[in-house]
Design a protein around this ligand. Structure first.
Ligand code: GTB
Length: 216
């Protein structure tokens, strides 16, 4: 039996691949692991059956036999540890790739998500115009640092790894912000990730869900 992941039945991003099932799909595609998808509504995510899998009532989850996981980072790491293709075998390189996964999730993602949330939900607030530049600057600081580290390399630590997969999915959340326009090297890095055949397969699979969903 292939593993089963959960994804939005009706993703609010309208198939842009911004929900966090995208990184799990991509990881599964990179390692050549087939998978099933169980689509869940917002209401179903808060029902006991889903809460038993995910204490915070979110997607994605991952089930394989008697193992159930939540948190996209933990799921991608689990996939990468069990099948070849996403983590180097040399121990130090492997540890560095995992470090980049954590950096993506705990250093880059928080300010990027905070900016995205403000742009989505706070535009009509009196404080928005004052707060926006501060949120943008926090992201720019990280982009500048990332850009300096990336230099003219294709990937963060020589070969493509789960660290790059995670970083690219996090950076893609800036697509609508326009901030990446000032960082052509990072934009090119994201584009390299998006050009990978495994990314394309994962993207197309989640887009197909959006296209098949009844209009909401
Ligand atoms: N830390 C967890 C992880 O990495 O797995 C976060 C999981 C999470 O935020 N899941 C979101 C969710 O289930 C979906 S991905 N939300 C429903 C809820 O909390 O009730 C976040 C997301 C949603 C929508 C867009 N979008 O429309 O662009 C982008 C990202």
């Amino acid at each position: 039996m292939p593993p089963t992941i959960t994804a939005f039945a009706n993703s609010p991003d309208r198939g842009k691949g911004q929900a966090r099932d995208m990184r799990v799909r991509w990881a599964l595609e990179e390692v050549g692991q087939t998978y099933d998808v169980r689509l869940v509504s917002f209401a179903a995510m808060k029902e006991p059956a889903h809460l038993a899998l995910h204490p915070f009532g979110q997607i994605p989850t991952y089930e394989d036999g008697d193992l159930a996981l939540f948190e996209s980072g933990a799921i991608v790491l689990h996939i990468a540890e069990r099948r070849a293709g996403l983590l180097p075998t040399e121990p130090n390189a492997r540890a560095r790739a995992i470090t980049w996964m954590f950096a993506a999730l705990s250093t880059l993602e928080p300010p990027i998500v905070e900016l995205g949330m403000a742009m989505l939900f706070e535009r009509d607030k009196g404080w928005y115009a004052e707060r926006l530049p501060m949120l943008q600057d926090r992201v720019r600081v990280r982009l500048g640092e990332l850009s300096r580290r990336l230099g003219d390399a294709d990937w963060l630590d020589r070969a493509f790894s789960a660290g790059d997969l995670m970083m690219v999915t996090v950076l893609r959340r800036l697509n609508a912000s326009g901030l990446l326009d000032a960082y052509p090297d990072i934009a090119a890095y994201v584009a390299r990730g998006e050009a990978r055949p495994a990314f394309r397969r994962a993207f197309d699979a989640q887009l197909a869900v959006f296209k098949a969903a009844p209009a909401s």
